[in-house]
Write a protein of this length. Structure first.
Length: 509
């Protein structure tokens, strides 16, 4: 029995080792999961970190424009026949790194839950100050504190900072509003404001703004027991408090030596600090929609009157990249006379080679991301062609991650990463990419339809019901059966709850 257990453990360890990803593969995985906004920030950070990486003219390598026209295709197999530039076992290994996390909203079988339509934000919806005032309603404040808090909100600048000192605000409240509040009392009210979203709002300096965000993140991670990242935020706090001048001057190497951390740890620390927002008010803009950030579509899909469909990646703000010619020239000079190099020159050559290798690897990963996203979106459009041509949700066919995986030849985890946190702008509105995935259901006639169509039919029945005598779940199930969809009462209840529709007695007028 012992020998059997030992063999089983050994086999498992060997399998895990065989599926370990290289740094290049991990980079590709991370980039595929990023939204276009996150990718823009990542590219900026990479250019800042690596002097061997530079922006290139859009036409330099022909990769600046990725657009496809889908017209007259039969929806056949889209698997690559000319290779995918991936190491063997890459797709298989992806399943081992966070598949459960990436497939939130779906199961391992590839099912993804429905998600509501997202109306793109075009004009003023909720003002910056109104959004903060709405958060006031959740606080237990006295009338005086509430008035003072509203005054503080009105004193914020466009970046979300409080530039006035509390002594002046205390005087203004006393002279112009007949409200007597000490500086200490105002400090208490200010801390309430600083607990609002977005984190960093109400700060009086950049240093305080960053510390507020670090403390908020650290608290969230402690609640999630994510101690590895919590330690990074502890170091971030130390940098912003003790080494703030060095931080402003970007003396990262000096900070690293003072902290006594490795170069890789320092890179992780820089990455975390760059995620902080130095202008929290600007992030909200003059107006916000239903969330504090405006939706930026990752894909742009256009349907012409003749039914042809064109799509492109919305990455025009992501610059094309190239390896620095200066770095390549210096490397060439060193290598031409490699045998006569001094120790210092050899170290310089190693430095140049490392930076150039990382730059080329990043460029390759960006290209791979574009190709993967394009291939996935093309398959989704082909699968849901009728919807993209006519815009009727009832035309959305059942589609799960596995379907697109098989169609493209990409792993399910890759399709999951592509569809997670990304949006599509169509002629009919802007939607999360997951909107197009749903389970299938077989009708009495043997026809397969999507659960979304069933929900639409249920909603139509409820909209048409007599308001003083609404239909019970049993009555809705019977009505659906008459329409050819014999679903159980508990299924009706589940779909009704997912659509946010109350039970019959609460719908009665």
């Amino acid at each position: 029995m012992k020998n059997s257990q030992t063999l089983e453990q050994t086999a498992k360890q060997e399998l895990k080792q065989r599926q370990r990803l290289s740094q290049q593969q991990m980079l590709q995985v991370r980039l595929i999961g990023m939204s276009v906004a996150e990718l823009e920030e990542k590219v900026k950070a990479e250019i800042y970190d690596n002097p061997a990486l530079e922006t290139a003219a859009p036409t330099e390598d022909g990769e600046g424009e990725l657009e496809s026209t889908i017209n007259g295709l039969d929806g056949g197999d889209m698997r690559d026949t000319d290779g995918d530039d991936r190491d063997e076992g890459y797709e298989q290994a992806l399943e081992e790194i966070g598949l459960e996390e990436e497939m939130s909203g779906g199961s391992r079988s590839g099912r993804v839950l429905d998600e509501d339509y997202v109306e793109p934000v075009y004009g003023n919806v909720t003002s910056f100050h109104d959004s903060l005032k709405e958060q006031m309603g959740e606080e237990n404040l006295t009338d005086t504190q509430r008035y003072a808090l509203e005054y503080l909100i009105g004193s914020l600048d466009n970046d979300g900072y409080l530039r006035k000192n509390l002594e002046d605000i205390s005087d203004e409240l006393a002279i112009y509003h007949n409200i007597d509040m000490s500086v200490n009392e105002l400090e208490t009210v200010l801390h309430v404001l600083q607990s609002f979203d977005p984190p960093g709002i109400g700060a009086r300096s950049l240093q305080e703004c960053l510390l507020i965000q670090i403390d908020r993140k650290s608290e969230e991670l402690n609640n999630e027991n994510d101690f590895s990242r919590s330690s990074l935020y502890s170091l971030s706090r130390l940098v912003v408090t003790k080494y703030f001048d060095e931080f402003l001057k970007k003396h990262w190497e000096k900070i690293r030596v003072s902290l006594g951390v490795s170069e890789s740890k320092m890179e992780d620390l820089q990455r975390e600090i760059r995620r902080l927002n130095p202008k929290p008010g600007s992030a909200m803009g003059e107006s916000v929609g239903r969330s504090l950030q405006q939706i930026t579509p990752d894909f742009l899909v256009h349907t012409s009157e003749d039914g042809s469909i064109t799509f492109s990646l919305n990455d025009v703000d992501v610059p094309d990249l190239k390896v620095s010619p200066d770095y390549l020239n210096v490397m060439g000079e060193y290598k031409n006379d490699k045998s006569k190099l001094t120790r210092a020159e050899k170290e310089s050559l190693a430095f140049y080679e490392d930076k150039v290798s990382k730059a080329q690897g990043f460029i390759d990963a960006i290209k791979q991301r574009r190709l993967t996203l394009q291939k996935t979106m093309k398959a989704i459009i082909e699968w849901q062609r009728k919807y993209f041509q006519e815009g009727d949700e009832a035309d959305l066919k059942p589609m799960i991650l596995k379907d697109i995986s098989e169609k493209t030849g990409l792993d399910i985890s890759t399709i999951s990463r592509v569809s997670n946190e990304k949006y599509v702008q169509t002629n009919w509105g802007t939607f999360p990419l997951r909107h197009f995935f749903s389970d299938g259901y077989v009708t009495e006639d043997g026809e397969e339809t999507s659960t979304r169509k069933i929900k639409l039919l249920l909603k139509e029945l409820i909209d048409k019901e007599t308001k003083n005598k609404p239909l019970s779940d049993d009555a809705l199930a019977a009505a659906m059966k008459d329409l050819g969809y014999p679903i159980a009462r508990r299924t009706v209840a589940k779909y009704r709850e997912q659509m946010g529709i109350p039970v019959a007695r609460l719908r009665k007028e």
